[in-house]
Ligand binder design. Structure first.
Ligand code: GDP
Length: 339
């Protein structure tokens, strides 16, 4: 309900102190920059609006000391009315009291005028911290925010906390959870995925935003980060993301980087979407592009050999048709292929 963007895309805003990691996060998640190369990024020095070739829409804001965004001269409505979630990045490796003070001020201001905006706090750069210190820092930050909010009478403000790092999958996992809250049709998507999984004996199914590798839905069986990693790596192997912009890309597709995997079938002639299935260790992976932005990836055990592919193809076709009913055709609807 709080995805207010006119074009139906969930809209996010990324904020936080300078050097907290905003540019790094957006480069790694949305531009596939290898994490180690963020060392050479220029820090965010102003408001950056980026339009993504993605299921979601995204802006990055920096908070240089002089910018008071609740200044009346600043067109706050124009900005916050459109936003579904505000992601606030805190550098957990640095002194964070000032960052928390600013965060608290921001939450209190938002509670007043825009109570529907989800505030998502990324306690970031946790890769450099020991397990103990990481846990203590996380709890301390949560406590300081909650104390301040309850002092002001807000006991149930929509504020959530995540531990993130660009050096592992945690940043993608956190983004996935943030995005899923902005998709009103999520329960329906989950039910469709559950039914697909039980019909085809699929262990885990993810609906991925191809560009960012954020999953916008999964079936309701327990998620473990391992299956997410396997599926998300498979996107890189199979889909040439540089061609996402074109969508009608050629059918031929190489073996990908991991030579040890055996590709069973690639290509689908009666649709523009790519369908592949291949063996990966003791599992099978199945991928089908749903439209320009989304791909369905399923993980199956050894008891679902390649011969079952026809059944899976059929049922995924049913799933795809159901998706179109859930998201009736609308101008520029990101969940539907553009003709
Ligand atoms: P911004 O000013 O908020 O845009 O911050 P930058 O994206 O420029 O990041 C500042 C520094 O933090 C860079 O040197 C990044 O390499 C580093 N950084 C960003 N994310 C992480 C992370 O998850 N872990 C670690 N260890 N460093 C990070």
């Amino acid at each position: 309900p709080n995805s207010k963007a006119g074009d139906g895309k969930p809209r996010l805003l990324l904020m936080g102190q300078r050097r907290s990691g905003k540019s790094s996060i957006s480069s790694v998640v949305f531009h596939k920059l290898p994490p180690s190369e963020t060392l050479y990024l220029e820090t965010t020095t102003r408001i950056k609006k980026e339009s993504m070739h993605s299921f979601m829409d995204f802006q990055v804001w920096d908070f240089p000391g002089h910018l008071d965004y609740f200044d009346p001269a600043f067109d706050v409505d124009n900005i916050f009315e459109e936003i579904g979630a505000l992601i606030w990045v805190i550098d957990a490796q640095d002194e964070y009291l000032e960052a928390i003070m600013r965060l608290n001020t921001t939450i209190l201001n938002l509670q007043h005028s825009y109570p529907d905006i989800n505030v998502e706090v990324f306690v970031h750069k946790v890769d450099g911290l020991s397990e103990d210190y990481k846990g203590d820092t996380f709890r301390d930050i949560i406590q300081r925010v909650q104390d301040e909010l309850s002092d002001h009478g807000y006991e149930n403000a929509p504020v959530s906390f995540y531990q993130t790092s660009i050096y592992d999958h945690s940043i993608f996992e956190a983004f996935s959870k943030v995005i899923q809250k902005l998709i009103p049709q999520l329960p329906t998507l989950e039910a469709l995925l559950d039914s697909l999984c039980s019909t085809c004996r699929i262990e885990k199914a993810y609906l991925f935003d191809i560009m960012s590798k954020i999953y916008i839905a999964t079936d309701t069986s327990p998620t473990d980060i391992g299956s997410y990693e396997i599926c998300s790596d498979y996107i890189d192997v199979v889909i040439d993301v540089s061609e996402i912009y074109g969508w009608d890309r050629p059918q031929e597709n190489g073996e990908g980087e991991n030579g040890h995997s055996e590709i069973v079938e690639i290509g689908n002639n009666d649709a523009e979407s790519l369908i592949t299935m291949e063996r990966k260790g003791n599992n099978y992976l199945y991928l089908r592009e749903i439209n320009k932005y989304l791909a369905l990836i399923c993980l199956m055990g050894d008891d679902s050999p390649a011969e079952k592919k026809a059944i899976i193809d059929y049922n995924v076709g049913v799933f795809q048709a159901a998706l179109k009913k859930v998201f009736p055709r609308a101008e520029g609807d990101p969940l539907l292929p553009e003709e």
